[in-house]
Ligand binder design. Structure first.
Ligand code: NDP
Length: 487
């Protein structure tokens, strides 16, 4: 495939600025430079926040129906350029194109469309009092929303915030991860073409700490921050946002348990575990790669899972047969390998690398990329570092358990609580275990099915707050009570 060249820009106040200089944009699959992106600093953040503040006056007061029509055009623009956006996401992230085309871009559009519709299809509560007074609730926009997103699923995660922020009447400044700047720039182009008024949606490219991300978080005229990324970054953002009393929603890391009981359909459990461990080459906050299998099924499951995972094919993300993409960059590859290699691997000596652990031999130019074969480490212990920390790569671990209570306690024995998978044919057990696991979302006999109406977010170190449907409305609006006198 011919290498493209992207001159990524900021999008501020309805204008594309800053292109042609800044930092290199690299294609993770080869580490070749495929463009440049401008490095936003205080001046760009100030300009974007100023533009968003100015636009808020009109956008925030506009009727929800009118906003809906504009956002529908934005979503239609995304769908119309679905093929291009799917390719862009592969250039940005290194994810196989077949994982992008299968519904991915449609979901990117749906994230906007859903909330555009939500605002006109949902009313608000009224509370008549015994004394005859009537209270009703208004959900009013907050102001300027700062959105800070990570590199692993950039378009999905940014529209997940852009959609509700705009639909509920806020204006937006988006700071995408510096490793994946292309998608946000493309979304800005589509917003522009679809006629979104200037300043309603702004993008400032650049870095996080002591730079664009931190300026945005600390900016006195930004009213709320919706952040997705690492737990340590989330903590820093929350601290910084406290000084200006911003509300913060933080979706952070995960270490999802995948609990497989002996009565589970083993072939289905293998397929579900393949997706939960290796989708997006494991660079996935929701990954259910901390696998626990009830002892009678342990060996059979591991054998079948390893055979299936061996069939995952790393390589050219644009080859339709590629099923395992490149990690985001060399430093991240080394971090993931650090869980497996070296003088002190992140597991005790009795554990065994059943599959992978090595880099594939792909030849030029992909041997210059950041590939790791699908990896399974069996017989890990709960206290091993690999069982406790987020690996964020194509690495699954497995350990046996005997009793249901033990499985629950193992599942909950980490600091994270984002998502979990439970696999069993016993409905009562599914209900008990799903209820007992510390996680914002639990999938029973499946993985990564997401209804935009339901709350999404994490417990413990995985997050603060929930987004989705009415939960997004709670975050992206000010609820105001009006009390009507009957006198
Ligand atoms: P990071 O926390 O490193 O970065 C996320 C975003 O925050 C980036 O745009 C980054 O900018 C920015 N940033 C970094 N430091 C600061 C700061 N001090 N102030 C303001 N902004 C800052 O996460 P990654 O990009 O490495 O993403 C991977 C992480 O995201 C994993 O832990 C994963 O679990 C989590 N994640 C959570 C999800 C969830 O829904 N819970 C979903 C997807 C991922 P820059 O990168 O440009 O420096």
């Amino acid at each position: 495939m011919e290498k493209p060249w992207f001159e990524v820009e900021h999008y501020i106040g309805g204008e594309f600025v800053g292109g042609g200089n800044g930092f290199d944009v690299r294609y993770p699959a080869t580490n070749e430079v495929i463009g440049t992106a401008p490095e936003g600093k205080e001046a760009e953040v100030d300009a974007a926040v100023g533009a968003a503040q100015e636009a808020f006056g009109k956008w925030g007061r506009m009727g929800a129906g009118e906003r809906r029509l504009m956002l529908k055009r934005f979503a239609e623009g995304i769908r119309a350029r679905a093929d291009e956006l799917a390719r862009v996401e592969s250039w940005d992230v290194g994810r196989p194109i077949r994982e992008n085309t299968h519904g991915y871009v449609l979901r990117v559009a749906a994230n906007i469309e859903f909330f555009a519709d939500f605002v006109v299809t949902h009313g608000s509560d009224a509370y008549p009092m015994d004394t005859g007074y009537i209270n009703y609730v208004l959900h009013q926009p907050v102001g300027v929303a700062g959105l800070i997103t990570p590199w692993n699923v950039p378009m999905m995660l940014s529209t997940w915030k852009i959609g509700p922020a705009l639909a509920f009447g806020n204006t937006v400044v988006l700071k995408p991860a510096e490793l994946t700047p292309i998608g946000a720039w493309k979304l800005a182009q589509i917003a522009h073409e679809s006629g979104l008024p200037p300043g309603v949606f702004n993008v400032v490219q650049g870095f996080g700490p002591d730079s664009a991300g931190a300026y945005l978080t600390a900016h006195p005229d930004v009213d709320l921050i919706s952040f997705t990324g690492e737990t340590t970054t989330g903590k820093a953002i929350m601290k910084s946002a406290t000084d200006t009393l911003k509300r913060v929603s933080a979706e952070m890391g995960g270490k999802g348990p995948n609990v497989i009981f002996a009565d589970a359909d083993v072939d289905k459990a293998v397929q579900t575990s393949l997706r939960s461990s290796f989708f997006n080459q494991g660079e996935f906050c929701l990954a259910g790669s901390r696998i626990m299998v009830q002892r009678p099924l342990y060996e059979e499951f591991l054998e079948k899972f390893a055979a299936a995972a061996k069939g995952l094919k790393p390589g050219d993300p644009f080859d339709e047969s590629t099923s395992l993409g490149s990690l985001i960059g060399p430093e991240h590859l080394e971090k993931v390998e650090g869980f497996l290699n070296g003088r002190s691997p992140a597991f005790h000596s009795g554990a065994e690398v059943r599959l992978g652990g090595d880099r594939p031999d792909l030849g030029a130019p992909f041997d210059g990329g950041n590939y790791l074969n699908a990896t399974i480490v069996a017989d890990v212990k709960p206290e091993d570092r690999i069982s406790q920390e987020e690996v964020f790569g194509p690495v699954a671990t497995a350990m046996p358990f005997d009793e249901e209570d033990e499985a629950i306690s193992l599942a909950n024995g980490v600091s994270y609580g984002l998502s979990a998978v439970v696999q069993t044919r016993d409905l009562g057990r599914a209900v008990r275990v799903a209820g007992a696991i510390d996680a914002g979302t639990v999938w029973v006999n499946d993985f990564f099915v997401r209804d935009l109406r339901v709350p999404f977010g994490g417990m413990k170190s995985s997050g603060m707050g929930r987004e989705g449907g009415v939960y997004s409305r709670e975050f992206f609006t000010e609820a105001k009570t009006v009390c009507l006198s009957n006198k």
